[in-house]
Write a protein that binds this ligand. Structure first.
Ligand SMILES: [Zn+2]
Length: 167
């Protein structure tokens, strides 16, 4: 009997390791898509979650920095247009769900966002057909944004968000 003890013991350890790994995977699944029924009940029409471009919808400090940013960009002749400011939680969830459903088209990685807290805005180049293509434009804008105290998504290394600013 005694000689079987090491085998029983290592068998138990393996079982515990497997259970532990399942626990981690299960945890991950919940984190990515916690409540499926919530997303199933969402509308698939983007027009039900309209984009807000109004600077006045931003929190005061962000709004002031945004205005300062726009002024400096204008002085340098950079054709900046604001494409989104405040985002409702419903719209954030919609964008999140959209990315997960298609999985080739992830729009946002998070359900929590500086946009929903009125502390972020997105820009594009006001040039038809080349709204997102000019990297030099976004780089310069990002530098100006950082100079007025904003954090520019352009400089994010894990996931670049070219036209995004927050504070
Ligand atoms: Zn953004």
């Amino acid at each position: 009997m005694k000689k079987y003890i090491p085998y029983i013991f290592s068998g138990l350890i393996i079982v515990f390791i497997i259970l532990f790994l399942f626990k981690i995977l299960e945890g991950r699944g919940i984190e990515v898509f916690d409540d499926l029924s919530y997303y199933d009940n969402m509308s698939h029409n983007e027009y039900d979650y309209p984009v807000i471009k109004d600077i006045d919808e931003l929190e005061e400090d962000t709004r002031e920095k945004c205005l300062e940013f726009l002024k400096l960009c204008q002085e340098e002749g950079l054709p900046v247009m604001i494409i989104e400011t405040y985002r409702t939680q419903e719209r954030q969830d919609f964008l999140y769900a959209q990315g997960r459903a298609n999985d080739n088209n992830v729009v946002t990685w998070t359900r929590s966002s500086y946009h929903t807290r009125r502390k972020a805005f997105d820009i594009a180049k006001n040039e038809k057909g080349n709204e997102f293509g000019d990297d030099d434009f976004f780089k310069r804008c990002a530098e100006i944004g950082e100079a007025v105290g904003l954090e520019a998504g352009y400089f994010w290394t894990d996931y670049q968000d070219k036209g995004h600013f927050q504070n």
